[in-house]
Ligand binder design. Structure first.
Ligand SMILES: C[S@@+](CC[C@H](N)C(=O)[O-])C[C@H]1O[C@@H](n2cnc3c(N)ncnc32)[C@H](O)[C@@H]1O
Length: 413
């Protein structure tokens, strides 16, 4: 928990341990000098970028002058001892990698959760400390341990030693809450990000999309207010402008708002419009990417979106509109979101534009859900086969040779 930002710190040795220590100090904003005749690529890279100074030579007495803190991890006992003796004389706190009992400081296992730093030291057993740190951090993120505030939030200061900074720090003006545009993934509770769970755990209000994973609400407080603004196909119960206004109004009232969406907020999710509305109103906003259905639902159906020898790339489009210009080779995967009602027209358009009618195609319904089903065909047949099967939204249409990887593919139908 030392605030080393701007203070001189010296690391002697640049092997794996010295490198970790040096980079953690750099992340914490310290003025870092590494002394070592040979250094790891990470240290030389950081030196080249001007993030630390690398003295490419053996340690010499005097190297600790002016330092507040030092680490030695040379792997040579005589050198570590010399550094330790100098540190003691100069009253510099020293971490020794070779023998913690001879160290004047111990580096704990640390994790940052929101603005809370968890540090654990566990009887000289680093793995035990890390396991305990992970358990506490996890419990804080999923709300099993709550950490209510007793003082107003302060803007985030640089993290101590090895703690990682939060994804996007957003200090809020006094009295104003915040909005987080959170991608909830394609429906499976395990595909929510850690940051999403963390923000849900502290949310006052959660505004849900139709496809937002309801299971994610397990991370929220019992008294959280849940507002469902989900649109069903063809109907728009809450217009987008009203959703924007709702997010802004609740945040200006001081609430911490999570706008939870299916998949990723920026993949046909109107995240950009919501971000603009918040920014225009001076509301701090954070965007948390999610696992998009455009890739994950294919994976759940056993279809890799690219595959060496089968697909060189992919395009994600909506199936609602005219397709625009897309590569017509079968080794370019097309992923169509929405637009199931237009599937025949879309398939015919693709053929008219030059795609082979035998190109494999699949409709993937309700990925990760109870109705998950794969319907296979080709561009020439998929419209009819899907219609006969009675496919329903939400569904993704995939076109391209990668469809042959789907279990059950037995050649063009
Ligand atoms: C408005 S878009 C939003 C996409 C979302 N932002 C994403 O990144 O996954 C909604 C469409 O995504 C697709 N979709 C989302 N989740 C799905 C799922 N679990 N199974 C099948 N399709 C899904 C469907 O095509 C659905 O109509």
């Amino acid at each position: 928990m030392l605030r080393v930002a701007g203070r001189r710190c010296v690391v002697v040795g640049a092997g794996p341990v010295g490198t970790r220590r040096a980079l953690a100090l750099v992340r914490a904003g310290a003025d870092v000098t590494v002394v070592a005749p040979v250094a790891s690529a990470d240290v030389t890279g950081a030196a080249a970028r001007g993030e630390l100074r690398w003295e490419q030579r053996p340690y010499a007495t005097g190297d600790l002058d002016g330092a507040w803190l030092a680490h030695t991890a040379t792997g040579v006992p005589a050198i570590d001892e010399a550094v330790a003796a100098d540190a003691e004389d100069a009253r510099v706190w020293l971490g020794r990698a070779d023998d913690r009992t001879l160290s004047s400081l111990w580096v704990p296992a640390a994790a940052r959760v929101d603005d809370v730093t968890v540090t654990v030291s566990a009887g000289g057993d680093p793995r035990r400390a890390m396991e305990l740190r992970d358990k506490v951090a996890h419990a804080l993120r999923d709300g099993t341990i709550s950490a209510p505030r007793h003082r107003a939030a302060r803007s985030t200061t640089p993290s101590p030693l090895s703690a990682a900074p939060p994804a996007t720090p957003v200090p809020a003006p006094p009295g104003v809450g915040e909005v987080a545009l959170v991608g909830g993934g394609p429906g499976d509770a395990g595909l929510l990000t850690l940051r999403a769970a963390e923000l849900l755990a502290r949310a006052d209000v959660v505004v849900l999309d139709r496809l937002a994973p309801r299971a994610a609400l397990e991370h929220a407080r019992d008294d959280v207010e849940v507002i469902d603004v989900g649109k069903t196909a063809g109907t728009h119960p809450v217009p987008q402008e009203d959703i924007n206004a709702l997010l802004v109004a609740r945040a200006l009232d001081g609430a911490r708002v999570v706008r939870l969406k299916g998949g990723d907020p920026y993949v046909f999710g109107r995240g950009g419009e919501e971000l603009d509305a918040c920014a225009a109103a001076g509301v701090p906003v954070e965007v948390v990417p999610g696992v998009t259905s455009a890739i994950a639902v294919l994976a759940a159906a056993g279809i890799p979106v690219t595959h060496r020898g089968l697909s060189r790339g992919f395009t994600v489009l909506t199936g609602h509109d005219d397709l625009g210009t897309v590569p017509d080779a079968p080794d370019h995967t097309l992923v169509l979101l929405m637009g199931l009602g237009r599937l025949r027209t879309t398939a015919a358009e693709l053929v008219a534009r030059g795609r082979d009618p035998h190109t494999p195609a699949a409709v993937l319904e309700d990925g990760y859900g109870p109705r998950a089903r794969t319907t296979l065909g080709t561009l020439a047949t998929i419209g009819e086969i899907a219609n006969a099967a009675g496919v329903r939204a939400p569904a993704i249409t995939v076109v391209g040779d990668v469809v042959t990887r789907a279990p059950g593919w037995a050649g063009p139908a």
